[in-house]
Structure formats: structure tokens, C-alpha cells
Design a protein around this ligand. Structure first.
Ligand code: ATP
Ligand code: MG
Length: 468
């Protein structure tokens, strides 16, 4: 019978579980016990993905597997792996290993990888090469460039320790994803990962947000309230946009890092805390240290392990993979059938500079999938800024802001609600700025000549989001 997935498994319970799970996820499946003729079935080209135990596959001659791959150019085999058995197997980019005991979430992400690989082959129309194969970390971070693979290794290694990590990189490069991956891979993963955006919380509230407060600490403090440090006890606290933290709080944070103790606002009693700290910033902290905007001692405490995520334009090999990944996701979420980007469109995007990095690419694919609905996306479908020869947008926040154009507005005869008119005008400009920068808040703020923190606050207050 024709189906997308063939599941080979002797144990009926596991077989039923895997089949029920994947069927529920929307895949068509066929199940098979471990029989002598499994390679005939695999070679039948009726199934594009085979899930089987590695032992079972290796018990037959390894040639069989190679032959099956030869006869079905896009066949991907997912094999449950006992540690060490895979070591002697000839490397093949169409063999994906999944550790035993089986974890269904992991299985789903591996099946998605297999499909992405196949989609990539189909859209590129090129023969399969291991070069094109995506690598994942924690089923969320994708990359195959050397720098990303090194980053994956680094994140895995770092996760084992409790050391403070400082993640730097341009906006949209995946700093938060990396922080979450470290937490997920660490022994703290069953406790909280608590993100705090130091730029989005007004300075006067940040201290109580971090450390909590006691009843009566300030007007409006009607009861004791725990802070994010409490929430992150035994877990991980992610201090995002750390470069925006004000001097007085920097001192307090330094103290927690040194003593592992803090006092809630309004309390004289210290509290012990066991939190791993990961900080991130897209400003250059060393420069802030040089200009005395960031404490040098805190900088050294935070950057015990410094990690830098390279901008997308320095790892262009990742672009087609990311495009395919987001294409799959948005096709699924929006019930669209966009097949891919045409060769020419892909070429344009490969050569584009991506000032908003992966976030910009994600937003572009979402917009394209929403508008296009099906077929291939061609260069004509791409927004103007992606057209070759169009002027690239400024990458740095210090780039000159666009001049203000005064819009003339006619006052209607029966008057107008000034507040809502101004509000709507403001919203339009903010959304335009975000659109133009692919959702990059730092650049959008610079286009509007606003502080980034002010823009972030406005977005929150107005509940504004960039529509794809
Ligand atoms: N390697 C990657 N694979 C898949 N998705 C990615 C990758 N890198 C970034 N993304 C996606 O891009 C978006 C931006 O990532 P993230 O929020 O981690 O960036 P950031 O560096 O924290 O940005 P900012 O400095 O603006 O806060 C997210 O939606 C994230 O899922
Ligand atoms: Mg971030």
C-alpha cells in the first residue's frame, strides 16, 4: 500500500504507538513487522521515509540499504540507534539516527527533517548531496554552515556547566534560541527558563521585576511579590538586552553573581538563589565598557563563556535551509501549498545582505507564503528591497534617519477625534518602519529616530504586531 511513512518494528506496542502518533500528526503510515522481505518493501518506492531499528537494518547486508537509496533517490531512513552501532556505518546523508529509548517529540522533529530534506531536493531539482542536509539543535536551531555546526557543539558543551554565558550577535541572529537551547540541554531543563527583556521593562520597574518586592515597598506594593530570580531558582534566567541595564541595577546584578544572594525591594533580608545566568545583547558590550556605560567588572562576570552568533550574511549556506524550514512551517500553519522559491528567486535571496538576519528571512517567507498561496515564488513576487540593485537598508542603528515628511491632513467638516487620529498615524508609521526593516526593532527605531526602548514600550502598549 502506498503511504508516506513505512514503520518497521517487531514490538507491536511500539509499532502501534509510533503509527498512531504519526497518523495523528497527519502522516500516512504503513506498519510492518521485521520480516525477511523488508528490503523488498523498502525498495518498492511506495514509501518515502522508512522508520526502523538500526539493528534490524544492519542485520541484513548493509548493501541492501545502499541499493534501496540508489533505486529511490529521495528515500530517507530514520533508524533507532543503540549507542555505538552507527559508528561503522558508511556515512549517508539520507540516514537519520534517533536515540533509544524513543521520544515522540524527537521522532516528530526527525520526520520533519526528513521531509525538509526531500522538499529541498524537489525544489532544487539537483541530485542529493550531503552538503544540503540541515542540522538541528534541540529541534529548533537550524544550520549547516561550519560556524553554526561549531556553535551547536559549543552550546552542547556549555550546557554541561553552570557558567554564566554572554551571547552576542546582531538582532535576529538567534540569541534567544541559543539561550533556550543551552537551558534545554542542561540538567536544569526540568526547571524554569525565565526570560527578562531589560530593554522592554521601564527602568524603575526592572529592579522589582528581577528581585521581587515586599508589601509596602512602594506605592502600589499591596502584597509580597516574587521576582524573576525566584522563578528561575534551580533554572535559568535569561537577561536579554543586558546592554540597556542602568548603572544602579548593574551593581545589584553584580552582587547576585558574586554572592548568589539578593534582597527583594523593600526587604533587608537576603535570599539565596541558585540560578544560571545567560545574558544577551546586540550592542557591543566592550564598547559600552570603554565608554563607561557598562561596568567592566560586571562584563567580566557575565562573559565567563562568550558566544557570538554570526550574522546570516556570513553563513549564506544556511539561507536555503532556513527558507525551506520556514516554508514548511508556514505552509502547514496557513494551509498553503507554496512549493518553493524559483532558482532565480533563491539566488537573489542567497546574495541579499539580510540586515535583520534570520528574523527578517522568517518574516519574508511568512509574507510570501501568505500572499502566494501555491506554486513557486519568483523574483517578481519579492518585495522591492530584495530586488537586485535596490538600495540596501542601513544595518547599524547609528545610520542617518529618514527625513520627516509632513503629511497634510484635512480636518473633516464635522471634526475629528484628535487622539485616535494621531494614534492611527503613529501606528501606520511604526508598522511601516517595522515592515521596511523586516521586523528589526533596533533599525525601525532608528528610522523613526526613537530610542529602541521607547519603540519596544510603544509596541507593547499599543499591542502592535507586524502583519505578514
Ligand atoms: N538558526 C535558526 N534556525 C531557525 N530559526 C531561527 C534561527 N535563528 C533565528 N531563528 C528565528 O529567528 C527569529 C529571531 O530569533 P531570536 O529571537 O532568537 O533572535 P535574537 O538574536 O534574540 O534577536 P534580537 O536581538 O532582535 O532579540 C526567531 O523567530 C527564531 O525562531
Ligand atoms: Mg532576542
Amino acid at each position: 500500500m502506498h503511504s508516506e511513512l513505512l514503520i518497521v518494528e517487531n514490538d507491536r506496542k511500539t509499532r502501534d504507538l509510533v503509527s498512531a502518533f504519526l497518523t495523528y500528526q497527519g502522516y500516512s503510515t504503513t506498519v510492518l513487522g521485521e520480516r525477511d522481505d523488508i528490503f523488498d518493501t523498502i525498495g518498492s518506492r511506495l514509501h518515502r521515509i522508512v522508520i526502523a531499528d538500526l539493528q534490524t537494518l544492519l542485520a541484513r547486508t548493509p548493501d541492501m540499504l545502499t541499493k534501496a537509496w540508489e533505486s529511490s533517490p529521495d528515500l530517507v531512513v530514520i533508524a533507532y540507534d543503540q549507542p555505538d552501532t552507527a559508528r561503522n556505518l558508511p556515512h549517508n546523508e539520507r540516514l537519520l539516527l534517533i536515540p533509544k529509548p524513543l521520544n515522540l517529540d524527537e521522532l516528530e522533529s526527525v520526520v520533519m527533517r526528513a521531509r525538509e530534506y526531500q522538499a529541498l531536493q524537489a525544489s532544487s531539482g539537483e541530485p542529493s548531496t550531503s552538503e544540503e542536509f540541515p542540522h538541528f539543535l534541540c529541534s529548533t536551531i537550524i544550520g549547516r554552515s561550519r560556524t553554526m555546526l561549531t556553535l551547536f557543539e559549543m552550546l552542547e558543551k556549555v550546557a554541561e556547566s553552570n557558567a554564566t554565558v554572554l551571547i552576542q550577535g546582531e538582532s535576529g541572529t538567534g540569541k534567544e534560541l541559543a539561550a533556550r537551547a543551552i537551558h534545554q540541554l542542561s540538567s536544569r531543563s526540568n526547571k524554569n527558563f525565565v526570560p527578562v527583556n531589560c530593554a522592554a521593562i521601564p527602568d524603575e520597574l526592572l529592579e522589582s521585576e528581577l528581585f521581587g518586592h515586599v508589601k509596602g515597598a512602594f506605592t502600589g506594593a499591596y502584597a509580597n511579590r516574587p521576582g524573576r530570580f525566584d522563578l528561575a531558582d534551580k533554572g535559568t534566567l535569561f537577561l536579554d538586552e543586558i546592554g540597556d541595564m542602568k548603572a544602579n541595577l548593574q551593581v545589584k546584578l553584580l552582587r547576585v553573581l558574586q554572592t548568589k544572594e539578593f534582597e527583594p525591594v523593600g526587604s533587608a533580608r537576603s535570599q539565596k538563589v541558585d540560578t544560571r545566568i545567560i545574558a544577551a545583547t546586540n550592542s557591543n558590550l566592550e564598547e559600552l565598557v570603554a565608554t563607561k556605560d557598562f561596568r567592566e567588572d560586571l562584563y567580566y562576570r557575565l562573559s565567563v563563556i562568550p558566544i557570538t552568533i554570526p550574522p546570516l550574511r556570513e553563513r549564506r549556506e544556511d539561507i536555503p535551509l532556513l527558507i525551506n524550514h520556514f516554508l514548511g512551517r508556514f505552509n502547514h500553519d496557513k494551509r498553503r501549498l507554496v512549493k518553493g522559491f524559483s532558482r532565480e528567486a533563491l539566488e537573489i535571496l542567497r546574495n541579499y545582505d539580510w540586515p535583520g538576519n534570520v528574523r527578517e528571512l522568517e518574516n519574508l517567507v511568512e509574507r510570501m507564503v501568505t500572499l502566494k498561496e501555491n506554486g513557486f515564488i519568483t523574483p517578481d513576487d519579492l518585495p522591492e528591497r530584495y530586488q537586485p540593485g535596490s538600495k540596501p537598508l542601513p544595518r547599524s542603528a547609528s545610520a542617518a534617519p529618514a527625513p520627516v515628511t509632513v503629511q497634510t491632513e484635512e480636518l473633516p467638516a464635522d471634526g475629528i477625534c484628535l487622539n485616535s487620529a494621531v494614534d492611527a498615524f503613529e501606528n501606520r508609521l511604526i508598522l511601516q518602519a517595522l515592515q521596511r526593516t523586516g521586523g528589526n526593532k533596533k533599525e525601525a527605531a532608528s528610522l523613526l529616530n526613537l530610542k529602541r526602548t521607547t519603540l519596544i514600550e510603544k509596541l507593547k502598549k499599543k499591542n502592535l504586531q507586524l502583519e505578514p
